[in-house]
Write a protein that binds this ligand. Structure first.
Ligand code: AKG
Ligand code: FE2
Length: 277
């Protein structure tokens, strides 16, 4: 029997009593509905090979290779491996790998014309302390906006690239760094739940269309202040064997980025899209 336990008031659910290698469509349907409801779903205690993780991930949508080629699994381009090759040949800690996802709250794939529907991680190695992942609801962020901002943002479009205003492209190969900007509405209606969300990413947005640079930067600053609502948040402390999936259309996340660097923290990661590329 599947058991769904809520983790936070608005976001996060844990699924108990399943082996994702042996799920019929009805059981998967329950997990999928819990995910639409809770934005972030944890399935603990899984023992998976890469093929098992890919097969399960494909039930959520189209698994697509990440643009960071240097962190792809050598034999499985759709799998990104987080937390390996942290130390360079000179022994120095590579901060782009160690702090991946920790520089700010974000949503994955906002730089893509067809942003990621979901990201899913499977924990292979977990440090003795630190290394949590934090999540927050974009629905809660939207609902927290004052009416004046909701009106001002109605119909507004943001311009996004991989590295954003900071040009943070260390994980991309040199030839991939000249990114073509893409456009997304800042208030986005979730295609499956019909709910409105503040679709925003201060690390990837370049500007908000139709505003001059100063106004755009000021609005970006102001919106950043609404992204995280305490009631809409959940913090995940990893256990080996956890699978966590989040919905990039209605949640933000951030790695804590604070674990002892000499310890392993390793995940397989997939990006899942709504459509085939
Ligand atoms: O390692 C983590 O906790 C999350 C990193 C991240 O932002 C991602 O994988 O998209
Ligand atoms: Fe991320």
């Amino acid at each position: 029997m599947i058991k769904v336990q809520r983790l936070g008031p608005q976001i996060g659910a844990e699924i108990q009593g399943v082996d994702v290698k042996a799920l019929d469509d009805a059981a998967f349907g329950e997990i999928y509905r819990a995910w639409l409801d809770a934005n972030v779903v944890v399935v603990p205690g899984q023992e998976l090979q890469i093929e098992d993780f890919l097969t399960y991930s494909r039930r959520f949508g189209f698994v697509s290779p990440h643009p960071s080629k240097m962190t792809r699994h050598p034999d499985y381009p759709e799998i990104t491996v987080l937390g390996v090759n942290k130390f360079g040949a000179d022994g120095a800690l590579d901060m782009a790998i160690y702090r991946r996802g920790a520089e700010g709250w974000h949503t994955d794939g906002a730089y893509d014309r067809d942003p990621f529907k979901a990201t899913q991680l499977y924990a292979l190695a977990v440090p003795s302390k630190g290394g949590d992942t934090l999540f927050s609801s974009m629905y809660a962020a939207y609902e927290a906006l004052p009416q004046r901002l909701k009106q001002r943002l109605d119909g507004r479009v943001g311009v996004f690239t991989y590295g954003g205003r900071r040009k943070a492209t260390a994980l991309l190969n040199q030839e991939d760094r000249d990114w073509t900007p893409v456009f997304h509405p800042i208030i986005r209606t979730h295609p499956e739940t019909g709910r409105k969300a503040l679709y925003f990413d201060p690390g990837k947005v370049l500007r908000i269309e139709g505003l001059d640079d100063q106004e755009s930067d000021a609005l970006i600053e102001e919106l950043t202040g609404y992204m995280i609502q305490p009631d809409g948040s959940y913090r995940h402390t990893w256990r080996k064997g956890d699978i966590v999936i989040w919905d990039n259309r209605c949640s933000y996340h951030k790695a804590a980025g604070d674990y002892p660097p000499e310890e392993d923290r390793i995940h397989w990661r997939v990006s899942i899209k709504e459509r085939a590329a």
